[in-house]
Design a binder for this molecule. Structure first.
Ligand code: ADP
Length: 450
């Protein structure tokens, strides 16, 4: 680019220089020609007056700056300031003389044989019928040019060098701000105002690209995260499934080989049933979770949360009674739009946990209420509580604060993660308050019309 600008400036400078030289020369030449023609005219008129007054005597002490010729009425040369008059031929046929005899004044221009000289003639008729002619010779324009070739060349070379230096500097100065543009931060550089729209466009495109890059990176991290949790989940699932199966297989083997005393058979059978139940519960929970994971479209319909709680409490009553745990249901019937199956899961898991992680003689209070556009379900217990460091994790898959307690009560570690998923599917919100040894309250807020 610098090279292109340099060449343009340089050629413009050269063209201007040449044009100036030609014009200047032309003007000067015509000016000097004019001056000479004028002085020739003045000289002729002065001399004409002199000849008219003093006749041939005028020429005796002549000191003229041009050639003077005096011609008689018959064309014979009477006097010439440069050559002897008798050697000169008759001048009657010379155009300026002819014109002067005819009209009183005559002019002509003639070039020498070699065209190295140009002569201008001016003639005037005197009162006595003779003609006086003045002439002057000078070089034509091209010979003048030829003569001045050397100084012209010197001027030209100096101008050439000067133009080259200036063109180089100017082109550098023009391109410098362009070279300084930082395409990553185009608006940070100070450059030509005319470029601002272009730079703005570059900047906005940069931002667009950055946003797209970020989006792609986020998508990748999301995908990596999803892949990672899927892998983790699969590993956990196979481990969780294996444990009860191994117990079942062990017990079955002992029974098969007759290694169990008849009075212990019942105990082993019970163990097998318990583990099978756990396995079943696990499989059910896993199926629910994967259904939720796949975000299949589930049908919303009107659900009475209070009625669901009543059923669940009724179901859990026998287990609660065993530990002298009191179950209470407060509030009113509220109907909201929800997925019945998911709502059942939520109610079941929350009340089940409140019983499972309670203390003997403890209490479970379930409240159903409604406020504005929300239905609120809260389950409080006076149980073992969750210490703050575990609170953030208990909604994760397979997370259990106390593995043995959870297992002993038939827990799978998936209940609360199903609750969390189900609540978010129905656009609800979960809050939890818990204090170790005092109890836990989990509150779920549902929009009545998600
Ligand atoms: P689990 O099948 O083990 O009950 P959950 O996902 O339902 O699995 O709960 C995860 C863990 O959170 C439980 O193992 C338990 O340690 C803790 N937890 C859940 N509910 C309560 C509660 N009401 N009181 C105390 N701890 C609880």
């Amino acid at each position: 680019m610098t090279g292109k600008i340099f060449r343009s400036i340089f050629s413009v400078a050269m063209s201007i220089l040449l044009a100036c030289l030609v014009i200047l020369f032309g003007v000067l030449y015509s000016y000097f020609t004019n001056v000479q023609e004028n002085s020739l005219k003045t000289m002729l008129h002065l001399s004409a007056a002199g000849v008219e007054k003093s006749g041939a005597e005028y020429f005796s002490n002549l000191d003229a700056s041009c050639r003077l010729t005096w011609i008689a009425a018959d064309g014979k040369v009477l006097f010439d300031s440069e050559k002897r008059a008798e050697l000169l031929e008759n001048h009657l046929e010379r155009s300026e003389i002819k014109e002067a005899f005819a009209e009183g004044e005559g002019n002509s221009v003639r070039y020498s044989d070699t065209a190295m000289e140009k002569t201008i003639y001016r003639a005037v008729r005197l009162k006595d019928g003779t003609v006086l002619r003045a002439s002057v010779s000078f070089a034509p324009i091209w010979t003048l040019l030829l003569g001045m070739l050397q100084p012209i060349c010197v001027v030209f070379l100096i101008a050439l060098a000067l133009s080259a230096v200036l063109a180089y500097r100017v082109s550098k100065k023009i391109t410098e701000p362009l070279e300084q543009i930082d395409l990553n931060h185009p608006l940070d550089t100070r450059t030509y105002e005319e470029l601002t729209p272009l730079l703005r466009k570059i900047e906005s495109q940069n931002q667009e690209i950055a946003a797209q890059k970020k989006e792609l990176a986020d998508k990748r991290t999301d995908m990596e995260f999803a892949e990672e949790s899927r892998r983790e989940f699969t590993a956990n699932v196979s481990h969780e499934l294996k444990t009860p199966l191994q117990t079942i297989m062990g017990s079955a083997e002992l029974l098969e080989n007759g290694l169990v005393k008849p009075e212990d058979i019942n105990f082993f059978a019970l163990g097998i049933r318990k583990e099978s139940n756990r396995l079943l519960a696990l499989i059910e929970d896993i199926i629910h979770l994967s259904q939720l994971d796949e975000s299949l479209k589930m049908q919303f319909s009107e659900v009475d949360v209070y009625a669901l709680c009543e059923n669940e409490i009724e179901r859990l009553e026998p287990i609660a009674k065993k530990n002298n745990i009191q179950l209470a249901l407060l509030g009113e019937h509220t109907v909201l739009s929800a997925v019945p199956q998911l709502m059942k899961e939520i109610v079941h898991n929350l009340i089940d946990n409140a019983v499972k992680y309670n203390k003997p003689e403890g209490k479970v209070t379930v409240r159903v209420s409604s406020s504005g556009k929300q239905s609120i379900l809260s389950v409080s217990d006076t149980g073992i509580g969750v210490s703050p460091e575990h609170q953030a994790h208990i909604f994760e898959r397979f997370y259990r604060v106390d593995k043995s307690h959870s297992k002993a009560t038939g827990g799978t570690g998936l209940g609360l993660s199903i609750v969390k998923h189900a609540v978010s599917y129905m656009e609800g919100e979960i809050r939890m308050e818990s204090e170790p040894d005092v109890g836990t309250t989990i509150t779920v807020l549902f929009p009545k019309n998600p």
